[in-house]
Design a protein. Structure first.
Length: 333
């Protein structure tokens, strides 16, 4: 399981070789003991204290501790010092970043994202006959731009990066405009807004993406991929460029959970705060999201390569597949 600790002033330490979480609720102190054998990750927000013994116990048991900003963006993580797998994978990754393979991978991942978006809209169309013509028109516009994008050809991703961003941005606008239109009036939003979020929907979506970033980064590290060496995204200082590239195919996980929370009218004004005209999730909002998000990612199973696995597992398997493909195609000895 994943442990998510958000209550300000909570303390995580070790007792009897187990994790103990100490927090306050309604003026009373609560203590919970959890075996490290039951934990895969620990996510904590700012304002939560962690002992050095707790960090050591997590490292020994290969449990990463992820520190999140208030909007869900990962600030950093405690992780063991051993690099994942062989250095040959990172050499192959560097080679691929400078040749046509980078073009193939970027278009492949963005194609998965776009097809996921189109499939999701088609799914939503089934029970919204009054919106069928509108949804079909939006999907048609998305497909027009998608076909132009996948027909781009270059020997290096830098040659067509701006064009890809243009087509991808247009497709995303059609997609999110459709999602907004399918919500009740009180939940609708005007396009994507990042940090800060201009509305509750984007506040929830930004937080969900933030958590997803941390999962993708972990999967890449385990597979031996350098999360900082990207193809499409720039290799700026301290930028998780490969995480931003690789995550595209999994963004639908966040989209589905957040949209269903809003379409199911589970979100209300008590789940967000407005600070400097920007929306942010409060404790209740984070709790609501993470309860549904963890179930969707970890507990629910879907078919993947003739197996029933969690979406969390799919992210890890895809990272391993990517690493193996890099080795097979690079010629690195």
């Amino acid at each position: 399981m994943e442990i998510f600790i958000d209550t300000y002033g909570s303390y995580l330490h070790v007792k009897d070789n187990m994790f103990e979480i100490i927090s306050s609720k309604d003026g009373n102190q609560e203590r919970n003991l959890i075996s490290p054998k039951k934990i895969s990750s620990i996510l904590i927000s700012k304002g939560v204290s962690v002992s050095s013994d707790c960090i050591a116990l997590a490292l020994i048991n290969n449990i990463d501790i992820i520190v999140l900003e208030n909007d869900g963006t990962p600030i950093g993580r405690f992780w063991h010092s051993k690099l994942g797998s062989t250095t040959k994978i990172r050499k192959a990754q560097l080679i691929a970043s400078m040749n046509k393979k980078s073009v193939e991978y970027v278009l492949k991942w963005i194609s998965k994202k776009v097809n996921n978006q189109i499939d999701f809209l088609k799914y939503l169309r089934k029970n919204r006959s009054e919106k069928a013509l509108f949804i079909d028109s939006q999907i048609s516009s998305m497909i027009d731009n998608y076909e132009k994008m996948i027909n781009l050809n270059a020997n290096c991703i830098k040659e067509i990066a701006d064009k890809i961003r243009g087509y991808e941005g247009t497709i995303s606008r059609y997609y999110f405009d459709t999602l907004s239109d399918l919500l009740s009036k009180e939940y609708r939003f005007n396009g994507r807004s990042f940090r800060p979020a201009n509305d509750p929907f984007n506040a929830f979506l930004n937080y969900a993406y933030g958590v997803l970033y941390s999962k993708v980064e972990k999967s890449l590290i385990i597979a031996g991929i350098d999360p900082y060496l990207g193809f499409m995204h720039r290799d700026d200082y301290n930028t998780l460029s490969m995480v931003y590239d690789f995550i595209e195919q999994f963004r639908i996980y966040a989209d589905e959970v957040v949209f269903k929370l809003f379409s199911g009218k589970k979100v209300n004004k008590s789940h967000t705060n407005i600070i400097h005209n920007a929306y942010t999730l409060n404790k209740d909002g984070k709790k609501l999201l993470m309860e549904h998000y963890n179930k969707f990612l970890i507990e629910d199973k879907i078919r993947y390569n003739n197996r029933n696995v969690s979406r969390n597992t799919i992210i890890q398997l895809e990272a391993h597949n990517f690493a193996q493909e890099l080795l097979n195609n690079s010629g690195v000895k």
